[in-house]
Design a protein around this ligand. Sequence first.
Ligand code: NAP
Ligand code: ZN
Length: 349
Amino acid sequence: MQVIAYGAHASDQPLEPLTITRREPGAHDVRIDIAYCGICHSDLHQVRSEWEGTQYPCVPGHEIVGRVASVGGHVSGFKVGDLVGVGCIVDSCKHCADCDKGLENYCDGMIGTYNFPTPDAPGWTLGGYSQQIVVHERYVLRIKHPAAQLAAVAPLLCAGITTWSPLRTWGAGPGKKVGVVGIGGLGHMGIKLAHALSAHVVAFTTSESKREAALELGADEVVVSRNPQEMAAHGKSFDLILNTVAAPHDLDAFLVLLKRDGTLALVGAPASNHPSPNVFNLIMKRRSIAGSMIGGIPETQEMLDFCAEHGIVADIELVRADEINQSYERMLKGEVKYRFVIDNSTLAG
Ligand code: NAP
Ligand code: ZN
């Protein structure tokens, strides 16, 4: 069936309304009326072809929430009207070691929610800046938050899980000192989640204007990373630093803040690489630099349930579909606190 979407026809073109085709739901599929979709910085990287291989038209969006519109004959876990979410994954091979462990995000056959190959028209996946999406039930998440919070739940589907997974992997919790670098969509969720996991949280920002705001999000301390004295005061003290910055920068400035065996976990995915860090900064204290990509489906559900229990949602600014291009520019300037979310009911004009 045909639905209205918002996407771009080329890397240098603005996003505009277009009509796309969604497949008829198969036996294991869930058809979802999308109520809201978050705007992730990855959407901008992809639609502007800052990463390689963008197919056009490109319809971004992988922070999808809405209600089940219909289900295939073999779907037992969802029924019409349920509040559900879809994140960055809409398919995977379902039988490799990664899929068996619920780490579909690391399956070599993972199909991302947009710009991945699919038999559906037009041959690559089209994301959540659209009225509906059809997804295999395995990749559909259950939302237990009150319906009134639905728009602010959307960013949990990417920003939430992308920060939750490394926080859990590297043991953020009581007695641990955790840094979060870059207070944008991902970073603000990283602060909220690390705080809720009872870690001591230090926010690193380049923006003096976010100092107070980061404390309100749950940071115990804030460091303006452009200030060398403030940085030096935290030398050799962190168990984990989660780096969400969307641009290349000096990693050594953060490596030296890790204590022995500490980890700098990179989740920001800039268009070009960071300068190579100083090897001695790794050797001297057996420090690690690691990476982490979103999270698997079971841990995404775990994160959503944790957030529902703890009353955690994103801080959002709701925008109309015709404000998406302007929102991209404002995101680049760091002018959003902290995530734009599209009201998909405005796609129809
Ligand atoms: P965002 O909202 O734009 O936040 C990025 C933050 O990084 C900014 O708010 C800013 O925080 C800081 N920053 C410092 N210098 C910057 C610069 N020159 N350019 C841009 N940001 C700068 O972006 P996001 O949606 O949180 O995404 C962050 C990155 O994570 C993107 O590269 C995105 O593609 C990537 N990502 C990765 C995964 C994964 O699975 N690993 C998943 C989702 C997104 P301050 O003002 O506080 O300094
Ligand atoms: Zn994302």
